[in-house]
Design a protein around this ligand. Structure first.
Ligand code: MG
Length: 203
């Protein structure tokens, strides 16, 4: 399986990092080994002094597809969860400045946190899904799918021009504003429509 992540999909987050609004979905990959086994703490790697959390809605692909038209894209996912796209912001800034790939900043072990539960999309209003992240019980990110620049269907359609989507692939759909640094002994909890479905201790 592969993990595809969308960057710059919420305007307020683009602004907080002084990035440009993209014309098309911007995407990058994380390897399968980025997924943290459930219940494990996240260990801050020794090569970064600025690991950021990014809470995101995550689509689980349930059908193989290539060149998927936007109008049919909804048939390729049935469940939505949340995840954290952990980012070594200091390394990413260096990569951006030097025009280098982002993988060292984005694809390291544990960088793809995933919720313990995925919700059937039949039980969700796709254009109004609330999701949030608390750090030590204080809300730090509060997003809603209505604020996405590129919709789920647009993202699937666009990515599938380049990559064949396979069953079990995960698509992280971008983070809202409020990203920030994690420190040792922090506890992060993630919520989809107010239900806690993700929890990780930082070590
Ligand atoms: Mg992200």
């Amino acid at each position: 399986m592969k993990i595809i992540c969308i960057g710059r999909n919420y305007l307020q987050h683009i602004n907080e990092l002084n990035n440009k609004k993209p014309e098309n979905p911007l995407f990058f990959l994380k390897p399968e080994t980025a997924i943290q086994p459930k219940g494990h703490p996240f260990f801050i790697p020794d090569y970064s002094n600025d690991i950021h959390y990014e809470i995101e809605l995550v689509l689980k692909i349930n059908k193989v597809g290539k060149h998927i038209e936007e109008q049919f894209a909804h048939k390729y996912f049935s469940e939505i969860g949340i995840g954290i796209d952990f980012t070594a912001r200091d390394i990413q800034e260096k990569c951006k400045k030097e025009g280098l790939p982002w993988e060292p900043a984005k694809g390291f072990d544990g960088s793809a946190q995933i919720s313990t539960k995925f919700i059937d999309k039949k039980n969700l209003k796709l254009n109004s899904i609330n999701f949030k992240l608390k750090k030590n019980n204080v809300t730090v990110q509060d997003g809603n799918s209505k604020d996405m620049i590129f919709s789920f269907n647009k993202i699937i359609s666009f990515i599938s021009k380049y990559y064949t989507l396979k069953i079990g692939d995960l698509i992280y759909t971008g983070t809202p504003s409020g990203v920030g640094k994690v420190n040792k002994n922090d506890k992060l909890t993630g919520y989809l429509n107010n239900e806690e479905i993700l929890s990780v201790d930082i070590k």
